[in-house]
Design a binder for this molecule. Structure first.
Ligand code: CS2
Ligand code: MG
Length: 408
């Protein structure tokens, strides 16, 4: 069996999805996602200029050897651009494998460990009353878990992932007004003084059963993060996410020394080596990698297995920028993984998105039910794709009040 062609499509309804389609001499094709948020053209170029010319003629069933060929053959290894490009190829080869076996991917991993996978939605508000309404909306819709982010009184402008005014649009990941990012101003003291109390009020209002998650989004120093994690222990969060930038993985020991609040890190990681220390030292409770950013199913499955040896559960990234293909790959891993935790799930199902990526995955009562169709269980409509093209966009850059460049 041989790969005969591979095509890359950039664009989508209000998104810059990077979709790879690999075709073979037996008519079976596979789909993969290389969407690296805010840098979409780069994995697309890596695929077009370097990887696809090598792919032609390879046997698509040799997905492990192909992964090793591109990873080791690059010489300069890892990095989000290369791993997103490999990730797309790997996803597409697994999709082909599932179609050849006439099985959904979760069967090839070892079968289901659960029928429905717990998901969490994004509740957000310009202020606490606005956030409370957003949380109530998701609770009424049947969600069992909600991420909560709210505007902070006195914050100059950069409360993460909140609308500017109550009830305003929730599009906070990418601003498509051009590649030059907006500048937002962050004040840690405002956040540290206000957010623990806000989280306590939310817990008081919604009771002990609702799973509450909160994303600090890399904004605190390790000491501040330890203080914050300790202050919110009584709230019994399902997880506190990205409390501090995790390049310095040993710094996270400080949080463990001061708090039992569960910690989730990993969405910015692109390889096992980025999180091996965190996992082996058991400094986190959930690993947040995304299949696209971390080299595809083959590599992420290794991360899941290592995490499982250290009592760490999965909490795959699922931001609004993610393609239905990445979410499908994660859904199959979620169905299989013995150490599954939760899946971030932003309702992907706009009519335009469903037309571009037809699938029969189901969401019901806060649980995601993966498709039983062979492979990923998602298709791609090239006629629909022709309607879209790349639109330059970026998320903000954050500064402190004195102008110091800070963490978005
Ligand atoms: C966020 C992301 O979903 C999350 O947990 O951290 O939406 C993040 O802000 C974006 O992926 C950045 O591009
Ligand atoms: Mg996050």
């Amino acid at each position: 069996m041989k790969i005969t062609n591979a095509k890359v499509f950039v664009g989508g309804p209000g998104k810059n999805y990077v979709t790879l389609k690999i075709e073979t001499d037996q008519g079976v094709y596979g789909l993969g996602d290389a969407t690296l948020n805010n840098r979409e053209t780069l994995p697309a170029a890596y695929l077009q200029d370097y990887l696809i010319p090598c792919l032609i003629g390879m046997d698509p069933r040799r997905s492990e050897d192909i992964w090793q060929f591109f990873y080791r053959g690059a010489y300069f290894r890892r990095g989000p651009i290369a791993m997103a490009a490999f990730g797309a190829i790997d996803m597409a080869l697994w999709d082909i494998k599932g179609k050849l076996a006439n099985m959904p991917l979760y069967q090839l991993f070892g079968g289901k460990s659960r029928d429905g996978a717990l998901v969490y939605a994004h509740a957000t508000g310009a202020d606490l009353p606005d956030l409370m309404e957003s949380i109530a909306h998701y609770v009424d819709a049947g969600y069992k878990a909600v991420r909560v982010q709210c505007g902070i009184p006195g914050m100059p402008s950069a409360s993460y992932a909140v609308p500017e005014t109550p009830g305003a649009s929730k599009h906070y990941i990418t601003d498509f007004s051009g590649i030059r990012p907006k500048i937002e101003i962050w004040d840690t003291d405002c956040y540290m003084r206000y957010m623990p109390g806000a989280l306590a009020e939310i817990r008081e209002r919604f009771g002990p059963d609702l799973k509450l998650l909160h994303d600090v989004h890399h904004r605190l120093t390790p000491r501040e993060a330890a203080q914050f994690a300790k202050a919110v222990e009584p709230v019994n969060l399902f997880w506190l996410e990205d409390p501090t930038p995790a390049e310095d993985q040993t710094a996270l020991k400080l949080i463990r020394q001061h708090s039992t609040t569960p910690i989730a890190i990993g969405e910015v990681f692109n390889s096992l080596h980025d999180c091996q220390h965190l996992i082996e030292q058991e400094l986190i409770d959930f690993i947040r990698v995304a299949v696209t950013y971390a080299g595809g199913i083959t590599h992420v499955k290794r991360i899941v297995e290592l995490a499982g040896m250290h009592h760490i559960r999965t909490g795959f990234h699922g931001a609004p920028s993610h393609s239905p293909l990445c979410m499908a790959a994660q859904a199959h891993l979620n169905a299989w993984a013995p150490n599954f935790g939760i899946q971030e799930y932003l309702v992907l199902g706009t009519p335009e998105c469903d037309a571009l990526f037809p699938s029969d995955h189901q969401m019901q009562d806060g649980l995601f039910h993966v498709s039983d169709a062979p492979g990923l269980g998602v298709d791609f409509d090239e006629a629909q794709a022709a309607r879209y093209s790349y639109a330059p966009g970026s998320h903000p850059v954050v500064r402190l009040q004195d102008g110091t460049l800070w963490n978005y």
